[in-house]
Design a binder for this molecule. Structure first.
Ligand code: ATP
Length: 236
């Protein structure tokens, strides 16, 4: 039996109008990500990696083309239904963490479940466990303003994974972390990929992370190109 792809992108284009100029950032993107797959997207600064992630995550409507998540054409849905689908199926780690400043680390992590009216007493142990697994078991009651940048990023990862999503989209999730914290975050993403079958799509400049993904694509000139990574010689 073939499993349905978790993510399908067809003929995707994104054009920005800036003054009188038109900037075609994504020209013709095709991509299919199988359930449980691990994919890295690399590419030079300004090539459109973040733009692609936003469009694939349902956060920014493309100029043309289609994005399906678990078979659903997400931009054919109204905003409310698209939000529900995102909550159910997608975890998103942004370059900036976007935590809510008035809530504690634990509350930030639990929010995606609390907005679906799951009971706090039921979901709290899983939130605590995830924070423990990113090394923040002693920071549960800290608000974002009391955490370091790297700690905030780890809270954001725990929040993205708390719903056990079918798909995790992570845009440079360990860009600001020291190598030890980055390693903890990479390990957690890979563990949940194995344990829960969460498909990973990760934008990264870190060769060590890209090398641990099953497939690597380079975004260049508005299209995705396969990169062959020799097993004994990780990316430059
Ligand atoms: N809303 C927007 N309006 C106009 N131009 C935009 C907009 N968003 C992004 N761009 C432009 O699109 C291009 C791609 O931006 P994007 O942030 O997707 O690149 P990136 O590959 O993620 O870069 P980096 O690795 O530096 O984060 C950039 O040249 C950027 O200036």
């Amino acid at each position: 039996m073939t499993r349905e792809p978790v993510l399908q992108v067809e003929h995707l284009r994104q054009v920005f109008a800036v003054g009188r100029e038109r900037l075609e950032v994504l020209r013709d993107i095709h991509l299919e990500v199988a359930a449980g797959e691990r994919l890295a997207i690399i590419g030079a600064s300004g090539q459109g990696k973040s733009t692609l992630m936003q469009v694939m995550g349902g956060l920014e409507k493309p100029s043309a083309g289609r994005v399906r998540i678990q078979g659903e054409d997400i931009y054919a849905l109204n905003e409310r239904r698209r939000g529900q689908l995102r909550n159910r199926s997608v975890g998103f780690v942004y370059q900036l963490h976007r935590l809510l400043p008035e809530f504690t680390a634990l509350e930030n992590v639990l929010l995606p479940l609390l907005v679906r009216r799951e009971r706090r007493a039921v979901v709290e142990p899983w939130g605590r466990e995830l924070l423990g697994r990113v090394g923040l078991g002693q920071r549960l009651q800290h608000k974002p303003g009391m955490l370091s940048g790297g700690e905030r990023q780890r809270v954001a990862l725990a929040r993205a994974l708390v719903t056990r999503p079918a798909l995790l989209l992570a845009d440079e999730p360990t860009g600001n972390l020291d190598s030890e914290s980055a390693e903890a975050v990479h390990a957690l993403m890979l563990e949940l990929n194995r344990e829960l079958g969460t498909a990973l799509v990760i934008v990264t400049h870190e060769p060590s992370l890209a090398a641990r993904m099953a497939r690597v694509l380079r975004l260049h000139d508005g299209a995705l190109h396969p990169v062959v990574v020799p097993a004994d010689n990780p990316l430059p």
